[in-house]
Every structure is written in C-alpha cells, then in structure tokens.
Design a protein around this ligand. Structure first.
Ligand SMILES: [Fe+2]
Length: 269
C-alpha cells in the first residue's frame, strides 16, 4: 500500500503553507494562517478517506489530496478557458474553494479527528478499512457543512463563487447539490463554471490517487508472490535432495517435506 515518507509529508505541508502565503493577503491571510497553525498537528497526518480502495487512506493523505485538487483545478481552468468557456472568477477564488472543499475531514473544534484508526483487524483485512469514522465527533455534519463551520469559526469570509465552488465540490454525488446542479429554471442556472471545475478536479484527483495506490498494491502483491515462489522452489529442491539421500541410504528422512507441508500445504506429489 502507498505510504508517504516523513520527508514527503513535511514537503507537502510546506508546499500548502507556501500556496496560502502566495495566494491570499491581508486579514484573510492572517486568519487562514491562524487556522492552519491551530490545525497543523492534526491536518499533517490526516488521511483523505477511510478505505484503502477509495483514495489516499494513509498518513498525510489529506494534504496530498488537497495539493492535487489545487493543481488540477488550475490545470482544468486552462482547459475550459482554451475551449472558450466563461472564466469569471479569480485564481484566488478557485484555489480557496479547492483548498477547503474537504476541510471537514479534519474533525471538530474540540480536537476529535474525523477519521480514527480502525482497530477491528477483521474489518482492516477483509474490508480494507484503514480508518473509520470517529463516533466521538461533537455532532453529525457532512464534510462540506463541517468545512463551512470551521471556516466561520476562524472568521474566514468567502465570496459567493468560493462558496459555490466549495459547496458543490462533490457534484451530484451529494444529494443536497441537486437543486443547484439540476435547475430547470434558466434563471437559477449556475452563473459561474467554478463549481464544475472544482468538482472535476476533485474527481480527477480521487481517481488518479486510486490508480497510484492500485499500481503500488499490484507491484507489492507480485513481489510477495515472487518471494513465496522462491521459497517453494528452494524447499522443493531440498525435498528432491532428501529423496535422493533416502533412496541412496533407504532412510525415512522427511523433515524438509514435513516443514514444507506445514507451511504451504502439499508440496509435490
Ligand atoms: Fe476531495
């Protein structure tokens, strides 16, 4: 399974803080820095999801995911723009929405993390649940509501486009977004493409993170299979040698075969 090194985790955190300092200014920057200082210890290690087959369910997975969504939002903005789409929002607005779309995954303000380590070995092994939802959270809130709640706690204001980009990041995967995205009244259609771009970037990041994990996991399984095969053939060779000795001296030495059968089942018929 993909794991980040300590250096990668530190580099990702520094990159995020640099983007904040280079993008925002004035009182909003001060408040953002206060929030990120307060949440640093929890945010640095937070995963982006609970199950290994989802995306970035690992220490440092959250920050890495956020960096991906910021980068891909900016890339996708260029794709939309080059195809003559209306871009009526700033890069600051786009980055703000991308940066905070999953902020609720950090947890509540009392210090309860949103995800905690899954202690049930069966669920880890059979369901790939590396983390589970923390039942000690102060109340039920979906990730988006929790993001808004944390931002308002720190007095961090946002423009209407930032609000829409953040709120609609899950697209139609979130039922609550239907009214915004399936409006049949022309007057109610979204007046900006920011929400579509953040949603596409989030989806693209999620799928690429899964692909990287899947590739690494496959490589790891192949490595394990190769090691097992090597051990099996080494034991087979030993059994052949023992049989040669047995035939030569008519002994009943079967130690290697017994050990092999105990470890891997029937060795050679
Ligand atoms: Fe996300």
């Amino acid at each position: 399974m993909k794991q980040l090194t300590e250096k990668q985790i530190t580099d990702n955190w520094n990159e995020l803080r640099t983007i904040i300092n280079n993008t925002f200014s004035g009182e909003r920057l001060e408040r953002l820095n206060k929030m990120y200082d307060d949440l640093e210890d929890r945010m640095v290690v937070a995963p982006a999801s609970a199950k290994k087959a989802f995306h970035n369910a690992m220490v440092g997975g959250y920050v890495e995911h956020i960096l991906h969504v910021i980068k891909m939002s900016l890339q996708l903005k260029k794709v939309w723009e080059s195809n003559e789409a209306m871009i009526n929002f700033t890069d600051e607005e786009l980055i703000f929405a991308a940066m905070h779309h999953d902020l609720g995954k950090i947890g509540d303000l009392e210090g309860n993390d949103y995800y905690i380590i899954q202690e049930n070995d069966w669920r880890v092994k059979n369901m790939g649940e590396i983390y589970t939802h923390n039942e000690d959270l102060s109340s039920y809130m979906n990730v988006t509501d929790r993001a808004m709640f944390i931002l308002q706690h720190y007095g961090i204001t946002m423009s209407e486009f930032e609000y829409l980009g953040l709120k609609l990041a899950d697209g139609l995967y979130e039922d609550a977004n239907e009214k915004y995205l399936k409006g049949y009244n022309p007057a109610w259609r979204l007046k900006s493409n920011i929400a579509y771009i953040v949603h596409q970037a989030d989806m693209m990041a999620t799928h690429t993170e899964y692909d990287v994990w899947h590739r690494d996991d496959k490589k790891e399984s192949e490595k394990v299979a190769m090691s097992v095969n090597k051990i099996k053939s080494a034991v087979d060779t030993q059994i052949d040698k023992n049989n040669e000795v047995k035939e030569k001296f008519n002994t009943k030495t079967t130690d290697a075969k017994d050990i092999f059968n105990e470890l891997f089942g029937e060795a050679k018929k």
